[in-house]
Design a protein around this ligand. Structure first.
Ligand code: NAI
Length: 344
């Protein structure tokens, strides 16, 4: 029986992995610690590692895993910007769950938008104190408003469909546009200029880092709403905070935050938060922060557990590692997956 070291465990992670592990014949040890260069040694008696979005899988962490004979890291998430793929190449294979429930994330993006627009987060607090006043609660009709979607992959497409259901005018930007789906693509600058609402659904990489920044904010309409369910560093948080203070931005729904890795998924309610930008953002009446929970539905958790265990089973059985990724995957001629069934 193969032994798996599971990092950054929360009670909700275990539910589906515990139900499925016997079927796959794995023994799983759940560690609460995040995976990083200091904790990687904990995997020394195991055959594989399961990691998550806020683990720091840098070159040092990879070296420690490699020295301890770990041959595979199974990311139980879609995003992988926290893995040093160059360092992992030819040492440790990395697999992921490419999609667990794009519906979960797209629906959460719409929940954030509806909340910041119709102020239901404030109504909840008010009515609990028998404050039934409507002052400061005015929203706008989403109907006929223009939403700009950045990234038209799995989640972006579902979000666009949801928006169309609301009668919204949808425009999109993606460097790899999809043909024949009736998506109205525009240049990024035009999207910034024309959108009443902007929702981010692209991965974090060099070209998207701080895609919302001081300069792009200047191009946007006054009072624009911004929704981010993708990765925190797509937005320059300081620039967003300034734009909220000057009312350039009318509202923001943020499921992710640039510096979330030491904060999100933990309870800091008894401590003094040291991150002034996040504190200030949270204090704004027109900002709603959720702690990277867009994926958190039963359906997604089940898919994550099944795909992660399938990935590990495939690796140990030597079958095609469809969900493996390496830094050369986009260079088909160099990546060896097509003929070796693995990237290296
Ligand atoms: P996907 O890979 O299906 O789609 C991403 C799209 O972004 C692709 O169409 C790609 O061409 C496009 N893209 C790449 N570079 C771009 C750029 N410079 N500008 C605009 N678009 C660009 O990914 P999927 O499944 O739709 O996920 C999107 C993002 O959502 C992920 O990268 C991940 O960061 C985030 N995510 C967040 C979750 C949460 O719980 N908050 C859960 C799952 C994913």
């Amino acid at each position: 029986m193969k032994k798996v070291a599971f990092f950054d465990t929360k009670p909700y992670d275990k539910i589906w992995f515990e139900q499925l592990k016997d079927k796959y014949d794995f023994e799983i040890k759940y560690f609460e610690s995040k995976l990083n260069s200091d904790t990687a040694y904990m995997a020394r008696k195991y055959d594989a590692v399961v990691a998550f979005v806020n683990d720091n899988i840098d070159a040092n962490a990879i070296d420690v895993l490699y020295e301890n004979d770990i041959k595979i890291i199974a990311m139980r998430c879609a995003g992988y910007n926290n893995v040093d793929f160059k360092a992992a190449y030819e040492k440790v294979h990395v697999v992921r769950v490419p999609a667990y429930s794009p519906f979960a994330v797209a629906e959460h993006a719409m929940a954030l938008l509806l909340t910041i627009n119709r102020k239901t987060h404030r109504a909840y607090s008010r009515t609990r104190e028998y404050n039934f006043s409507l002052n400061g609660m005015i929203g706008f009709d989403l109907y006929k408003k223009t939403v700009g979607v950045i990234g038209t992959g799995k989640i972006g497409q579902i979000f666009m469909d949801i928006c169309k259901g609301f009668g919204m005018n949808v425009i999109a930007y993606d460097p790899y546009p999809i043909k024949d789906k009736g998506i109205e693509y525009v240049e990024l600058e035009e999207l910034f200029q024309k959108s009443d609402i902007i929702s981010l659904h692209c991965p974090l990489n060099k070209s998207t880092h701080h895609i919302v920044n001081e300069n792009s904010l200047k191009l946007m309409k006054d009072g624009v709403y911004i929704v981010n369910t993708s990765r925190g560093a797509l937005i320059d948080s300081e620039a967003l905070l300034n734009a909220i203070k000057t009312q350039k931005v009318g509202g923001a729904g943020l499921d992710v935050y640039e510096e979330e890795s030491d904060l999100f998924f933990e309870d800091f309610s008894n401590t003094i938060l040291q991150d002034d930008t996040l504190s200030r953002l949270i204090s704004m009446p027109n900002v709603l922060v959720t702690s990277h929970q867009a994926f958190l539905t039963n359906e997604a958790l089940q898919n994550i557990a099944e795909t992660t265990l399938d990935n590990l089973k495939g690796f140990f059985e030597g079958s095609l590692l469809e969900n493996e990724i390496c830094y050369q995957c986009d260079k088909k001629a160099v990546c060896e997956k097509d003929h070796k069934e693995k990237c290296f």
